[in-house]
Write a protein that binds this ligand. Structure first.
Ligand SMILES: [Zn+2]
Length: 415
């Protein structure tokens, strides 16, 4: 960093740490929360109002956006909006930051202490649906754009702010759409930051996700009267035995350990099952259950599927029932090379702002970083959050929002 850059960063830091900025965090969170951006899958009308407001706000600090509207007839606007705002530095290399505009529904309304769409402030904490997931990121991104305009400074690195739709329901109308339409924006040696996961002290940098495999298992036995169970083949009972058998043999099936992840093993757990017979006096002849599998990158999901189904098939044979297993959802494991040159800069920025020793970690899967990594774009997932997302009384710290923005600024000027 040269002296001009250093001075710029100092000036930017002072502004971001000002009371004016803290007041903006509250005002922006309040506004964003009121513009309910719920997906049509949850009965909502999408992100259009929120996107329009963000676009207006960016224009106030002299930033225009390129908009990518994905057609979706389920919402009144007919499209799901995605916005990209860029501040060009003297280098073509870009720091990309991604925030998603959609929020999940309120869940159990009775569990909320207040109207989820009217932000409540309690000291450093703001509470409301979406304040953490993912408005903390959006507000941190806005702070940076606002402060850079106010200070009239340009870093060497370029900055790209991406506001996405549809993150909570698979990103087909969100990041996937952007990556299909605007693939030439994103270069392999750019820096990619997704502030959509983190820890309360800000120390965890997520660089890897396990593969996600959802398997539907149909057990076919034979229905009969419950007074003479031996005349049939109880598919429910067989399913219970199969699940237990799988559970007991997990460690033998997947002995691999990887300490980047917590838990450090592949996990398989039975989750959903479908209703079977209508009466208590009927032995069910068909039972359907689902397995959620999170597999370490050391094992391919194809191999994992074969291992699991072979084990289940062999045991089903013994029980005298037959099985149909199919993959209903799949996401490949993804990771960033531990030698990636962004890691030291990101660690340095986090250490400086949060005074913690940053740690690289892997998780069970579930952020848009996987979609970026799948296309060869090395994405890091980091923020400082309490992890109250999707819960009633979701909350976000004003201080952490400001500090996250300072980490972005330090990363931007670290060249
Ligand atoms: Zn999120």
């Amino acid at each position: 960093m040269d002296t001009i850059q250093e001075k710029s960063l100092d000036q930017l830091t002072k502004l971001i740490q000002s009371q004016e900025c803290a007041d903006l965090v509250v005002a922006w969170q309040t506004k964003l929360t009121s513009l309910k951006a719920i997906a049509p899958e949850e009965g909502g009308d999408g992100e259009m109002l929120k996107a329009a407001w963000i676009k207006e706000e960016l224009a106030r600090f002299n930033l225009s956006t390129v908009d990518f509207y994905a057609k979706d007839s389920r919402v009144s606007a007919g499209v799901r909006p995605n916005l990209i705002a860029q501040i060009k530095g003297d280098l073509p290399k870009t720091l990309w930051i991604f925030g998603h505009m959609d929020v999940v529904g309120v869940g159990d309304l009775a569990a909320w202490k207040h109207d989820p769409f009217i932000v409540q402030k309690n000291g450093d904490w703001l509470s409301g649906r979406g304040v953490e997931d993912n408005q903390q990121a959006i507000v941190s991104m806005l702070i940076l754009a606002w402060a850079m305009d106010k200070c009239q400074i340009r870093p060497h690195l370029s900055l790209g702010l991406t506001f996405m739709a549809d993150e909570e329901n698979g990103s087909r109308f969100g990041l996937e759409y952007i990556l299909d339409q605007a693939s030439d924006y994103f270069k392999k040696d750019d820096i990619y930051l997704v502030p959509d996961f983190g820890s309360p002290d800000g120390s965890k940098i997520q660089i890897a996700e396990k593969s996600v495999l959802w398997i539907k298992v149909e057990v076919i036995g034979q229905q009969c009267h419950a007074s003479t169970p031996a005349k049939g083949k109880n598919a429910f009972l067989a399913a219970a035995k199969l699940i237990t058998h799988l559970d007991q043999n997990l460690a033998t099936l997947f002995p691999q350990k990887n300490d980047l992840f917590d838990p450090n093993i592949s996990t398989i757990t039975v989750t959903k099952h479908l209703a079977n017979v209508s009466g208590v006096n009927i032995v069910p002849g068909r039972e359907v259950f689902y397995l959620d599998c999170r597999i370490l990158p050391e094992v391919t999901s194809t191999d994992a599927f074969t291992l699991i189904t072979n084990l289940l098939d062999a045991y089903a044979n013994k029980l005298g029932v037959s099985l149909k297993c199919e993959i209903v959802h799949h996401h490949k494991a993804s990771f960033v090379d531990a030698e990636n040159p962004t890691i030291p800069s990101l660690k340095k920025a986090i250490k400086k702002i949060y005074n913690v020793e940053p740690k690289l970690i892997g998780v069970g899967g579930g952020t848009v970083a996987a979609q970026l990594r799948e296309r060869g774009l090395p994405a890091f997932v980091w923020s400082c959050i309490e992890n109250s997302c999707h819960q009633p009384n979701e909350h976000s710290s004003i201080r952490a929002t400001i500090k996250d923005s300072l980490v972005f600024a330090n990363l931007l000027f670290d060249i």
